[in-house]
Write a protein that binds this ligand. Structure first.
Ligand code: GLU
Length: 473
């Protein structure tokens, strides 16, 4: 039987799914799908102060919105603490780890002396080979890994290539604190091993950790998973990603009106490429994804690109699907509730208006703004441009149009357009002279989706009503 292919996403709950984390999740997900494997989810919730239920829910919510699913139940790292302790005991018994009774004061003093001597701060191994019978009374020991003193640890990274760490630089790291809590470094290794993870993909800020983790694997005689450390995301100016640059949670992108498919495509291109392809369906990305084409240098986050890509996805998404995302957006954005209620009560109208709306909108924010003519109440309030358009001549035109359009037997774009054009010709008016007042009356705005789309979406009664509201009596 072929070996199972298992990746995992292992976020620490911070209160949201950070955009860098979202990309890490996506890469793990694509890699698993490409190889017919699984992606597991492990919540690294050992920091109890930060790991509130809300913070965990926010991670799940972000992944769910991005439609990145995982196999099985999410694993809680904190929930596995007994297993971590068991492994520590096993390491103590085999001699792979030892008890260190150095007090905090002693360790501080040791570091200060090293600093004064211009040496890098390192644990000096004072308890490494000491007889436990020398243990001081009343001091709870920390447990340290007995790391090799010389030689090197080599990480064959799928993205970074061969990375060499001289063992003398790797401390006898603490695997369990004196209060009995296992450290992150140990927990990650035990969890990845027990979960059967074969491929680790994570941010390159974890690269040094991978050498330390490799030492733990070796001391336990466990198979080391394949590792890939992907470069972090930077801002458009090359500096570390800041909030202003887009270092936000997934929910912020939802509120900015982006579609999950566009986000996936955009995030995949942040660091990975397939030839010159910019627009890739999720199926294509799964087919093409591989760590070999992940770049080594940080990629730059660019809102303009994301927006353009999103505009493409808005146009390409079918109406029913787009309506679904629109509702999700409205359910999460401030002030979205009354609009959502209107859509739920007028679903056919909203759906009918979408073809006209999506052509012009780069985001769901823009789409909502240009759709607002749908739910505005008569008599419409006019924006400045509409006010200007609706002068006396325009209001006379509207009086004619109310009558003419009411006479159109089939309320469809084509006959409506024919009627409006015929009227403009008969009055020797440019089409704009007729269409602009119509737009202003129907939408209360100087700009709007195509005027025939608007007429159709509003229906006969509402359209004639709005035109009559502004027509000269
Ligand atoms: N919990 C770590 C983080 O959120 C990731 C650890 C890992 O992927 O090994 O940065």
């Amino acid at each position: 039987m072929a070996e199972e292919f298992v990746t995992r996403f292992a976020p620490s709950p911070t209160g949201y799914l950070h955009i860098g984390g979202a990309r890490t999740a996506l890469f793990n997900w694509l890699l698993a799908k490409h190889n017919g494997g699984k992606m597991l989810l492990r919540i690294e919730d050992t920091d109890r102060a930060r790991s509130t239920q809300d913070a965990v829910d926010a991670l799940i919510d972000g992944l769910t919105w991005l439609e990145l699913d995982w196999d099985g139940e999410p694993v809680s790292q904190f929930g596995r603490v007994e297993r971590h302790r068991e492994v520590v005991d096993q390491m103590l018994a085999s001699g792979a780890a030892y008890r260190c009774y150095a007090t905090a004061e002693e360790l501080n003093q040791m570091r200060e002396e090293q600093r004064a001597a211009g040496l890098p701060p390192r644990y000096d191994g004072r308890w490494r080979d000491r007889d436990p019978s020398e243990a001081p009374d009343g001091v709870a020991p920390a447990i340290r890994l007995k790391s090799p003193l010389d030689g090197e640890t080599v990480v064959e990274d799928e993205v970074q290539g061969r990375v060499v760490f001289p063992n003398k630089d790797l401390d006898d790291l603490v695997i369990m604190r004196s209060d009995g809590t296992p450290t992150y470094m140990l927990a990650v290794v035990v969890d990845d091993h027990d979960m059967g993870v074969t491929h680790i993909v994570r941010g390159d800020d974890h690269l040094t950790n991978s050498a330390k983790q490799k030492l733990i694997y070796q001391s336990l005689g466990w198979t080391i998973p394949s590792m890939a450390h992907i470069p972090l995301i930077h801002g458009p100016d090359g500096a570390k990603l800041s909030k202003r640059h887009g270092a936000l949670g997934a929910e912020a992108y939802r509120e900015m009106g982006y579609l999950p498919a566009a986000m996936r495509n955009y995030l995949a291109r942040l660091g990975w490429s397939h030839g010159d392809e910019e627009i890739m369906s999720t199926e294509d990305m799964i087919k093409w994804f591989g760590l070999g084409s992940v770049g080594k240098s940080p990629s730059r986050f660019d809102f303009k690109k994301l927006e353009n890509l999103n505009g493409h996805y808005m146009r390409a998404t079918d109406d029913a699907e787009l309506l679904k995302h629109w509702k999700v957006y409205l359910a999460h954005v401030d002030g979205g509730k009354p609009i959502l209620d209107w859509i739920l009560a007028n679903e056919a109208i909203a759906l009918g208006a979408l073809p006209g709306l999506k052509e012009r909108a780069k985001t769901l924010v823009e789409l909502t703004e240009s759709a607002s003519y749908l739910w505005r109440q008569r008599p419409l309030d006019l924006d400045e441009k509409a006010e200007k358009i609706l002068d006396e001549d325009a209001r006379n035109i509207l009086r004619d149009l109310a009558e003419i359009l009411n006479g159109v037997s089939e309320w469809n774009a084509e006959p409506l357009e024919t009627a409006v054009k015929a009227y403009a010709e008969s009055k020797e008016l440019k089409l704009g002279k007729v269409a602009q007042p119509l737009r202003a009356a129907l939408t209360g705005r100087g700009t709007s989706p195509g005027i025939y789309d608007v007429l159709v979406a509003l229906g006969r009664e509402e359209s004639i009503g709005r035109i009559s509201d502004q027509a000269r009596g």
